[in-house]
Design a protein around this ligand. Structure first.
Ligand code: 13P
Length: 243
């Protein structure tokens, strides 16, 4: 199963979002080989869901609280996210790690909250430009994985995403062989450390219709996590066609 995930970040109001999804829905369909999942800003999701003729679009959230419920102003719990019909939660995006200072401990708790609600987790890892230049990408990524994931996790609920920070929103990507190699190393780590033989690993960072078929044809890449290009329905559908 190949996956294409649209991370809209903090873009699009509910009315614009609905328009984009209506267009996407008309052009592309999920099937048993591939599916797309949309992560709108959460306040739009219910509106969009309620205004679609058919309930056939899969939604997720870009984040969730590390807490179950209570006095946590501004936070939204995994349970609330589940209740509005989301099936997925993105956890550990580099923007959450760097801008919102989310630590490994915080991410661990977020994953726990999501899994308690039987939501699937898309867990992101990826190195900075400095780490890349120093040749430390793999070492850093393995640390990100092993600091947060433990053996008690139900790995059937986990999807991994490799997003080099320096490729996000920059129009640059690692070379194709580098992408494939890192995905391979992530899979090898999952096997060695957790005895997980099969886990989807998605690539994210400047995926566009012009480079998506090259990226998706790589042996170890199981799909994409798309930012900017997912905001334009026609572009997102073109990317989906190459999956
Ligand atoms: P871009 O596709 O805009 O580079 O963003 C990638 C990303 O951060 C998806 O989560």
């Amino acid at each position: 199963m190949k996956l294409l995930i649209a991370n809209w970040k903090m873009n699009k109001n509910f009315d614009d979002g609905l328009k984009v999804i209506k267009t996407i829905r008309k052009k592309i369909k999920n099937n048993s080989n591939k599916k797309y999942i949309i992560l709108p800003p959460l306040q739009s999701t219910l509106h969009i869901k309620n205004n679609l003729i058919k309930n056939d679009v899969i939604f997720g959230s870009q984040d969730c609280s590390q807490f179950k419920n209570g006095a946590y102003t501004g936070d939204i719990s995994a349970q609330m996210i589940k209740k509005i019909g989301c099936k997925y939660i993105l956890i550990g995006h580099s923007e959450r790690r760097t801008i919102f200072n989310e630590t490994d401990e915080v991410l661990k708790r977020k994953i726990k909250r999501a899994l308690e609600q039987k939501l699937k987790v898309i867990f992101c890892v990826g190195e900075s430009l400095t780490q890349y230049k120093q040749g430390n990408s793999i070492k850093f990524i393995i640390k990100q994985l092993t600091k947060v994931l433990d053996n008690n996790i139900n790995f059937k609920q986990i999807i991994l995403a490799y997003e080099p920070i320096w490729a996000i929103g920059t129009n640059v990507t690692p070379r194709m062989e580098e992408i494939d190699y890192i995905h391979l190393k992530i899979k090898e780590t999952m096997k060695k450390k957790y005895n997980i033989l099969k886990i989807p690993v998605l690539y994210g960072g400047s995926v566009k219709a012009v480079n998506s078929s090259d990226i998706f044809s790589l042996k170890n890449v199981d799909g994409g996590l798309i930012g900017g290009a997912s905001l334009i329905a026609s572009e997102f559908c073109k990317i989906y066609d190459t999956l």
